[in-house]
Write a protein that binds this ligand. Structure first.
Ligand code: F6R
Ligand code: MN
Length: 185
């Protein structure tokens, strides 16, 4: 029997190994993402908001492959909004994705092509199917790091521009200690 060694380890909310890439997103990278831009500007610009370990076994844009990632979002708020990912549609709109909760508590915020928003609560063990044509972002609504896994098609790509220009139609805000969707004014 031929045995090959695999250098990839996915354990305790971290993906490690020589082919794994890493991306960090700091307060300074999130201009215009949160409602309270004034407060964001006054914060420590080098503070970590979230980071992703990801593995791309084939070139991005190749059809037929799968990518795998794990995202860790720090606890925190800007104004009444929780720390969250930037959020995106996939560049090829009919590409779906799975997310699943690993640690911490949060919310997956989904917006379809008609700008209808809904939320799925996330906690360790929850599994989330993100349908085609659906923008997605995750907010950390708890007091500890929120970790979630993701698996998506290698040709999905990212369309950040649509969200940069038009945002999500609703924001998840802290109302008296509870997360609540609020329509964008
Ligand atoms: C890939 C995917 C995740 C996110 C990650 C960071 O399609 O959805 O790996 O890329 O959670 O979020 P964004 O990309 O919105 O900054
Ligand atoms: Mn995605």
């Amino acid at each position: 029997m031929a045995t090959t060694t695999n250098d990839l380890i996915f354990n305790n909310g971290f993906l490690k190994g020589s082919p794994v890439q890493h991306k960090t997103t700091l307060i300074k990278d999130l201009t215009g993402v949160f409602k309270n831009e004034k407060e964001r500007k006054e914060m420590d610009q080098e503070r970590l908001v979230y980071e992703v370990d990801f593995y791309q076994p084939v070139e991005p844009g190749t059809s037929g492959g799968l990518f795998f990632g794990v995202t860790r979002i720090q606890p925190g708020k800007i104004g009444e909004e929780y720390f969250m990912t930037r959020g995106h549609f996939h560049a090829i709109r009919d590409r779906a994705e799975y997310y699943w909760g690993i640690s911490g508590i949060g919310a997956l915020i989904l917006m379809d092509s008609n700008r209808k928003v809904r939320v799925e609560p996330m906690k360790p063990g929850t599994l989330h199917y993100i349908p085609a044509d659906t923008a997605h972002r995750v907010a950390n609504t708890g007091g500890s790091v929120l970790t979630f896994g993701a698996c998506w098609p290698s040709d999905a790509g990212y369309d950040y521009e649509e969200i940069r220009q038009h945002g999500f139609a609703e924001r998840l805000v802290d109302v008296g200690g509870n997360p609540q969707l609020k329509p964008e004014a």
